[in-house]
Ligand binder design. Structure first.
Ligand code: UP5
Ligand code: MG
Length: 190
């Protein structure tokens, strides 16, 4: 995988901050392949894999699935894509995810897109999503927020200290957020 010399952008932000929505836009204009770690884990449950029950239980509790499981799914999807530009959405979620991905794949992200949004707004969005996600109920949402603050924000802090974070005010309407996103991906004319 490292031989492909892939371009990787980590797309991070709290539950409901709009990672998936904005990634779909970026894919259309900038030729990336979108890999949502959460979507890959949900597909793994559906496929009837032996890890399915464990993954399902962890998602219902808002807990972070062991790195080796998620990294294997990401590596597989990257290889199968035939592309070498990836938006990795919703991963790494803790320090251990980050270190393990780096150690296993030898890939460093070009930068980290961070969707910054208030909990009130994220909660509103998740409760009105209505797509049947097992974790879109108020009990699990509260757990997801807690895990985000305690485990995922430190990863963003780590990349921030390396000057790699591009922070976006994600509390605005979808089109406005995308204008800011586009400015980050568009090639600079000196
Ligand atoms: N919406 C989006 N943008 C909007 C805007 N600007 N204004 C108004 N509405 C907006 O958006 C959520 C909803 O808001 C949608 O209805 C959308 O239309 C609307 P979405 O783009 O889906 O937000 P996103 O940030 O992708 O929210 P998501 O719920 O997917 O985030 P999570 O980080 O919680 O979910 P994820 O799928 O990444 O992970 C789920 C679980 O999987 C985790 O809790 C964890 O248990 C597990 N997991 C791992 O263990 N390891 C991993 O590496 C990844 C996941
Ligand atoms: Mg998502």
């Amino acid at each position: 995988l490292a031989d492909l010399n892939p371009t990787v952008v980590f797309v991070l932000g709290g539950p409901g901050s709009g990672k998936g929505t904005q990634c779909a836009n970026i894919v259309q204009h900038f030729g990336f392949t979108h890999l949502s770690a959460g979507d890959l884990l949900r597909a793994e449950i559906k496929s009837g894999s032996e890890n399915g029950t464990m993954i399902s239980n962890m998602i219902k509790e808002g807990k972070i699935v062991p790195s080796e499981v998620t990294i294997k799914l990401l590596q597989q999807a990257m290889l199968e894509s035939g592309n070498n530009k990836f938006l990795i959405d919703g991963f790494p979620r803790n320090e251990e995810n980050r270190a393990a991905f780096e150690a296993v794949t030898k890939i460093e992200p070009s930068f980290v897109l961070f969707f910054d949004c208030s909990e009130e707004e994220m909660e509103r969005r998740l409760l009105s999503r209505n797509q049947g996600r097992e974790d879109d109920n108020i009990e699990t949402i509260r757990k997801r927020f807690k895990v985000f603050l305690e485990s995922s924000l430190p990863v963003i802090e780590y990349y921030n200290s390396k000057g790699k974070v591009r922070k976006i005010d994600a509390g605005r309407p979808v089109e406005e957020v995308y204008e800011s996103v586009k400015a980050i991906f568009a090639p600079k004319n000196e």
